[in-house]
Design a binder for this molecule. Structure first.
Ligand code: DCP
Ligand code: CA
Ligand code: CA
Length: 369
């Protein structure tokens, strides 16, 4: 296989930076982007924050009320998420990035892989210059800063981009992979979450270097064949995944097993509310709005039933997902003679935010499938 040069571009504190572009007076204060749940005035979570706010421990995922506490009397700005606007900025930047790549793959609203092997004739010094150009171009055209990682594959490029933020540029040449990865905590690898980290700690593995020293057979024993081998390869920086144009996603769904088989709407909704939130987070990441909401249930006899509802106009409202799921399950459970074993939800019929019509009428046209 030919040597590859892969670039990962990740936009810095993206949603918050978009707000700073629109209102530069925000630049010298803490900026917090909030997803309000609507339950009470400050209930909800922080979507992201600028780097000034991060100094006070305000970051993605914490509650808005905790963020307010941490930023008390700091002249902080709390703004609601505006997906439509961020989606527009994202789209324009992705168009710029595409121009620099032999092959291009967008992953999420604020990052993309660029295979630039041909463009830089497999030369990493050329890649450094190209990355600087990319940064300048995005800055000049859209006033947004980004961090870039360059490596021989996607795995290394991604870790390199994460290592220095904001405005970072980290180049890892093939011969530097081992020393680059060795001292990093295993959690830097995609797929290694808190659970895996804990398990590894019991094996005395904390860094990627420790992982690289671990026998692959041992990893397969502990983590299974597929994941064990992945971990081994990742630890020594091997990743053959190509950069490829994404197939457009057609739907996002989640399904989960109930604690007990049931026809009780309350128990079902306890489960699906959580699934709705997961699906919603995924929608936000990809900058999508939807027109259809569906439910699925695996019954005690293992048959699979589904229902869905399609709206006239695209929307991105979490409340509407939950409300529709509730309506669909209410009707479905009333009609069903069997108990449900597993329940799931699905959103589909996507539109990119910017194609969304301004005026959203909530006329509902139910469909069944
Ligand atoms: N996002 C979100 N909730 C999360 C994580 C992210 O709503 N838990 C949104 C807001 C972010 C955007 O996705 O701006 C991109 O996510 P990143 O993880 O890349 O984080 P940022 O771009 O905000 O910060 P960084 O500078 O660390 O990349
Ligand atoms: Ca980012
Ligand atoms: Ca990102």
């Amino acid at each position: 296989m030919q040597a590859r040069v892969i670039m990962l571009v990740d936009l810095d504190y993206f949603f918050a930076q978009c707000e700073e572009v629109r209102d530069p007076s925000l630049k010298d204060k803490p900026v917090v982007i909030c997803v309000y749940s609507g339950r009470s005035q400050d209930s909800g979570a922080v979507s992201t924050s600028n780097y000034i706010a991060r100094k006070y421990g305000v970051k993605s995922g914490i509650s808005i009320s905790l963020a307010k506490k941490r930023l008390k009397e700091k002249d902080a700005m709390f703004l609601p998420v505006n997906h439509k606007f961020y989606g527009e900025v994202s789209e324009k930047i992705m168009e710029i990035l595409k121009g620099y790549a032999d092959r291009f793959e967008q992953v999420g609203i604020d990052e993309a892989y660029l295979d630039v092997s041909q463009k830089v004739k497999e030369n990493f010094e050329e890649a450094r210059k190209l990355a600087q150009k990319v940064k300048e171009d995005v800055k000049i055209q859209q006033k947004i800063t980004c961090s870039i990682g360059v490596g021989p594959n996607k795995l290394v490029a991604k870790i390199a981009a994460d290592i220095q933020k904001p405005e970072g540029l980290t180049i890892v040449k093939p011969e530097q992979i081992e020393s680059f990865l060795a001292s990093l905590p295993v959690g830097r690898l995609i797929g290694v979450g808190v659970k895996t980290e804990k398990k590894m700690e019991t094996l005395g593995i904390r860094t990627i270097g420790d992982l690289a020293k671990c026998d692959v057979q041992r990893l397969v024993e502990v983590f299974g064949k597929k994941f064990g081998r992945y971990l081994h390869n990742a630890s020594i920086g091997i990743d053959d995944a190509p950069v490829q144009e994404r197939r457009e996603v057609e739907s996002i769904s989640r399904i989960s097993t109930l604690k007990e088989d049931t026809r009780d709407l309350r128990i079902v909704l306890e489960k699906t509310d959580h699934l709705c939130e997961e699906v919603y987070a995924n929608l936000v990441q990809q900058g999508l709005s939807f027109r259809s909401v569906g439910i699925v249930a695996v019954m005690t006899d293992m048959t699979i039933r589904s229902r869905s509802k399609t709206f006239e106009n695209p929307t991105d409202n979490l409340g509407l997902i939950k409300k529709t799921v509730k309506e669909l399950f209410e009707k479905f459970l009333n009609e069903s003679e069997l108990e449900a074993r597993r329940v799931g939800i699905k959103v589909s019929n996507f539109a990119k935010k910017q194609e969304e019509q301004k005026q959203i009428t909530s006329f509902i046209r139910p469909t069944r499938n």
